[in-house]
Design a protein around this ligand. Structure first.
Ligand code: SF4
Length: 347
């Protein structure tokens, strides 16, 4: 297949079918690297639909990378609450500070330099280079992997086939100098709207002529995936603890680790064995299980099952990094999803 002809067909389709997204420049406008970077960080492991309201909120609150750099880290974490993968928010803030204070507010264009920024991996570096600066780069996300797996009918299962899929994508992208950014986005849009995981719309596809899976009549069999192992389940208790002033007990989680730096409800340890109460609350007489307050949440590497429990504490002693919050002034918006589920059940 001639890559230039393939790209021409795709770009022609893109000119009339590209998805409107708030971080995308309209035709004729120069993309804003701050918007491109912000959206790419938010889109890591998160869908476009989930990202849009967060992106709009961020650019309204912090309209430039300098403003974001000067923001309080806790405000950034609070604004990020609900989007998941919270290390991204801390790296986002650090990266904004590097750009604003060490690089004069200018994002680098080279992948080598982009890769030095906190929170920017190979995919994000390639995406920023191509979308923000219209420079050639091989931008391969899950959508592009699927399209490549089908066009070349790759029988090797994911994730082992990642390098093969990447090299097919590199072959097709090589030589695109005029519209590198549009080409990268056209492939993503094709994967998101036409070459979808189930029921791909091959009849509407601008590159169906070049597609082996379409010729074979079995596009949905690609990409071939290795069998998934079930995720381990961790268990624990989650506490709704009030005092007589009408306040609830919250916990600021340690900076490092899962949900680092985020606010949550107190919990016991999360364990794959039998759940045991947090030592600080185990002896409290009024502690009772709440049979209907169970929270399930799926993280990347495990599934978490938390059993709700409730009590009142009258003494002033609470564990380190825990604090009282007036219930009247608390709407739960700054909580990560796993804790927001519990808040919704109990409020
Ligand atoms: S022809 Fe079908 S399977 Fe092939 S790239 Fe297009 S939508 Fe995907």
């Amino acid at each position: 297949m001639n890559p230039a002809v393939f790209r021409r067909s795709l770009l022609k389709w893109y000119d009339t079918h590209k998805r409107a997204m708030p971080w995308r420049a309209v035709s004729g406008q120069t993309p804003n690297p701050y918007h491109v970077w912000l959206s790419e960080i938010m889109l890591q492991q998160t869908t476009v639909q989930a990202v849009i309201p967060y992106f709009l909120k961020f650019v309204k609150t912090w309209p430039s990378v300098e403003k974001l750099a000067k923001a309080d880290q806790q405000d950034v974490l609070n604004a990020w609450a609900g989007l998941g993968y919270y290390a991204r928010a801390r790296n986002l803030h650090k990266c904004a500070q590097v750009i604003a204070f060490e690089r004069g507010g200018v994002f680098p264009e080279e992948e080598k330099e982009l890769l030095k920024l906190p929170g920017v991996g190979p995919y994000t570096a390639a995406a920023i280079r191509s979308i923000a600066f219209n420079k050639s780069a091989n931008v391969v996300d899950g959508n592009v992997e699927r399209v490549m797996a089908r066009i070349y009918a790759v029988n090797e299962p994911l994730p082992d086939s990642k390098e093969t899929l990447k090299s097919h994508a590199a072959f097709l992208a090589a030589g695109e100098t005029k519209r590198a950014g549009d080409y990268a986005q056209s492939l993503m849009d094709l994967g998101a709207t036409i070459c979808t995981p189930t029921s791909p719309k091959c009849l509407l596809c601008p590159v169906s002529l070049y597609c082996k899976a379409n010729a074979q009549g079995n596009p949905e069999t690609y990409p071939v995936k290795a069998e998934k192992k079930p995720k381990p389940v961790r268990k624990g208790y989650i506490y709704w603890i009030e005092n007589k002033r009408g306040e609830i007990l919250l916990h600021r989680r340690p900076e490092k680790g899962l949900l680092g730096g985020m606010i949550g409800f107190p919990t016991s340890e999360w364990t794959e064995k039998k759940a045991a109460h947090h030592s600080a609350f185990a002896q409290v007489k009024s502690l009772k299980k709440l049979p209907n307050a169970k929270v399930k949440h799926v993280f990347t590497h495990f599934e978490l099952h938390l059993q709700g429990a409730q009590t009142r504490i009258h003494t002033g002693r609470i564990p380190e990094d825990h604090f009282w919050q007036r219930l009247d002034d608390f709407d739960g918006k700054a909580l990560p999803t796993v804790f927001r589920k519990f808040y919704k059940l109990l409020k």
